[in-house]
Design a protein around this ligand. Structure first.
Ligand code: TRP
Length: 460
């Protein structure tokens, strides 16, 4: 192994880091508002099916490619002998840079809310719009956040990523569970639970399906090579299947619990569930206030602090992708690669920072066919990077794995560290998933999503 590269210390270290990458703003900020916009339980059900049936095989393939090659997502394809396919890795690099650029802005909001809660400013919920339009303030929080990400990534695999994930993930889970219990005691909580868990299939349309797929990929950190990168630090003793299962269950589990916390809160306050990206920021401060001045400040600030940490283990994995590329392929020293990329991505994120009310130009950036309201720059790049590039990446990874690298090679890698795998029903499921389900369904949905998002065209 090249001397510059690291390796995870332990099985737990890898799983926590990969689960840390998966669990983030996607679970606690994005998932509840996607459920709210998508009409509730039916969205949840489609999302769950996508995660387990479509995403799981892609996740196993990403980790296996990474572990087989010990390489970044661009180098991995070259090292398997298919340099043309490194386009997948390059697409992934672009997607990662773009996603991190706006993700960091939202992480800055969460971090800023931590300070607001510390000061007992529960009214910030109703001032969310003003808060995010204050580009200077939010920009400073974002800058601090990006610097913290860079600091951890420059510590390398073991000292940085692994240690941070070990402490922070369990703490976040504990505080959300506390809030679920509290939420369920509130008046009208059951209306929220019903919205969340009793499906109304008349609300399902194609948009709901695109959003559920984009959300599944985003939440599991799939489709851009983040898990190829993390897989490249995994030892041959590990069982890829069970690791992928634990990562998926953790991620889906935390999103699910976050929803169980949000909807009772939303309904108990008589708010609308389709509050869009502001949902948690608008709803939660009012909830914390009801806990009383002391407990409210403690729980409120802890919540947003831990949410920021959850975002941090995700931004770390996003930054690690371009950094591993520069270290492996361009022989750049790790520290230099880290600060250069982090600085660059912060700059790329400035238009997103200005997209939330502070600049008319970036806020009403463009009109897309089929949509009445103009979309902001930040929304536009979310459409491109997370809704389009990630499913495209997943599609290409499954096609590559099944038909270029070949399923037999995948099976061979997966069998290392997993004695009973060959010949098991799991092998059959995995092979069917990677050869048929993933390429066909991801291919179709990718095309339909692009038609919908950018041409406003809907065939059905
Ligand atoms: N999964 C993370 C979340 O849910 C975000 C994330 C981290 C991500 N790394 C990624 C998304 C790689 C796509 C690809 O918050």
């Amino acid at each position: 192994m090249a001397s510059n590269r690291g390796q995870f210390n332990s099985r737990v270290g890898f799983i926590l880091a990969a689960a840390g990458s998966a669990v983030g703003l996607g679970n606690i900020w994005k998932f509840p508002f996607e459920v709210g916009d998508g009409g509730g339980a039916a969205f949840v059900l489609i999302y769950l099916i996508f995660c387990f049936v479509l995403c799981f095989p892609v996740m196993v393939a990403e980790i296996a490619i990474g572990r087989r090659t010990n390489k970044n997502p661009v180098g991995a394809f070259v090292s398997l002998g298919f340099p043309n396919w490194s386009i997948i890795g390059k697409l992934g690099l672009v997607a990662g840079v773009v996603i991190l650029s706006f993700y960091n802005v939202v992480a800055g909001w969460a971090f800023g809310y931590f300070f607001e809660m510390l000061q007992g400013n529960f009214a910030i919920g109703s001032e969310f719009g003003t808060f995010i339009a204050d580009w200077l303030k939010v920009g400073i929080y974002g800058l601090i956040f990006m610097a913290a990400t860079a600091f951890i990534v420059s510590g390398g695999v073991q000292d940085g990523i692994e240690k941070a994930a070990k402490i922070l993930m369990p703490s976040l889970l504990a505080i959300i569970l506390f809030l679920v219990v509290y939420a369920l005691t509130l008046p009208n909580a059951m209306a929220g639970v019903e919205f969340y868990l009793v499906p109304d299939f008349s609300k399902v349309n194609l948009q709901v399906i695109y959003n559920a797929l984009g959300q599944a990929f985003f939440s599991l950190s799939l489709g851009m090579g983040a898990l190829i990168t993390y897989g490249s630090y995994v030892s041959k003793r590990e069982n890829i299947i069970s690791s992928a299962a634990i990562i998926t269950l953790t991620d889906v589990g935390i999103a699910f619990i976050a929803g169980l916390m949000m909807f009772p809160f939303v309904f108990s306050q008589n708010l609308e569930p389709n509050g869009g990206p502001g949902l948690i920021f608008v709803t939660l401060p009012g909830v914390f206030q009801t806990l009383g001045p002391l407990l409210g400040v403690v729980i409120g600030s802890l919540f947003f602090l831990l949410l920021s940490f959850a975002a941090l283990t995700s931004t770390v994995s996003l930054l690690e992708v371009p950094v591993s590329y520069l270290v492996d392929e361009r022989n750049m020293p790790r520290k230099k690669a880290v600060w250069l990329t982090a600085g660059g991505i912060f700059l790329v994120g400035i238009p997103s920072l200005l997209s939330n009310g502070s600049s008319e130009f970036w806020t009403a950036f463009t009109h897309l066919p089929g949509r009445e309201d103009p979309v902001s720059f930040m929304t536009l790049i979310e459409f491109v990077a997370s809704d389009s590039f990630l499913p495209l990446g997943g599609f290409l990874i499954s096609v590559f794995t099944a038909y270029v690298w070949r399923t037999a090679s995948l099976d061979e890698e997966v069998a290392i560290g997993n004695d009973g795998f060959l010949g098991s029903p799991l092998q059959k499921f995995l092979n069917f998933g990677i050869q048929f389900l993933a390429p066909v369904i991801l291919g179709i949905i990718f095309v339909l999503t692009v038609l919908d998002r950018f041409w406003g065209y809907n065939p059905f």
